[in-house]
Design a protein around this ligand. Structure first.
Ligand code: HEC
Length: 169
């Protein structure tokens, strides 16, 4: 197709789209899709008390391998920080010194990490890498397998410093 023709068909497409927009579209939010329901929020969220954790498990050793491959470039060796934030240690907000609840770590990693490829890890891989991060913070045994039941039993050291309105059942 010649340049001119392509530019013309682009214009044409734009015009057709503009004409087929619902009335009053300009300046308003497009009326697409549906609002998310409370049930749907529940299926994509892990709550501080562990509600919503999917079945699965992983070990510290498995997590260490995943960490090396997919996290270390940004978070440094043993989570001590590099290009991006440290995930262990004091003096700044890290998992051990700051996070009030362990299950939300699963939620965070599932939603947001690895930064450039969020959503790519399986539930088992997330349990493993979370086990490794908790181990680095002295909160999980090297030989212990983390799963959807024992993750909710971990009491984070900084929980008492949060004056949250969230009440554990
Ligand atoms: C490309 C760089 C990059 C990679 C790779 C990466 N992260 Fe991150 N990570 C970040 C950045 C940037 C932040 C801060 C994000 C923000 O504050 O919005 C972050 C924040 C975090 C936090 C929250 C830290 C805190 O205390 O607030 C955790 C936990 C975490 N990453 C875990 C992981 C894990 C686990 C992996 C590997 C599966 C991973 N990250 C891979 C860049 C990266």
């Amino acid at each position: 197709m010649a340049e001119g023709t392509r530019a013309f068909s682009g214009l044409w497409l734009g015009l057709v789209m503009a004409l087929s927009m619902p009335e009053g579209f300009a300046g308003e939010r497009p009326n697409l899709g549906q609002s998310i329901t409370p049930d749907e929020i529940d299926t994509i969220t892990v709550f501080p008390d562990g509600r919503g954790l999917p079945p699965g498990s992983g070990t510290v050793a498995q997590g260490a391998r995943i960490y090396q491959d997919q996290c270390m470039a940004c978070h440094g060796e043993h989570g001590r920080g590099g290009l991006n934030g440290a995930l262990t240690g004091g003096g700044q907000r890290t998992i051990g010194s700051y996070w009030p609840y362990a299950p939300t770590l699963f939620d965070y990693v599932r939603r947001a990490m690895p930064y450039q490829n969020a959503g790519s890890l399986s539930a088992d891989e997330i349990y493993a890498v979370v086990a490794y991060l908790l181990f680095l913070n002295g909160l999980w045994g090297e030989q212990d397998r983390l799963d959807e039941v024992n993750l909710r039993d971990i009491v984070m050291p900084n929980r008492k410093n949060f004056t949250s309105t969230y009440e554990l059942p």
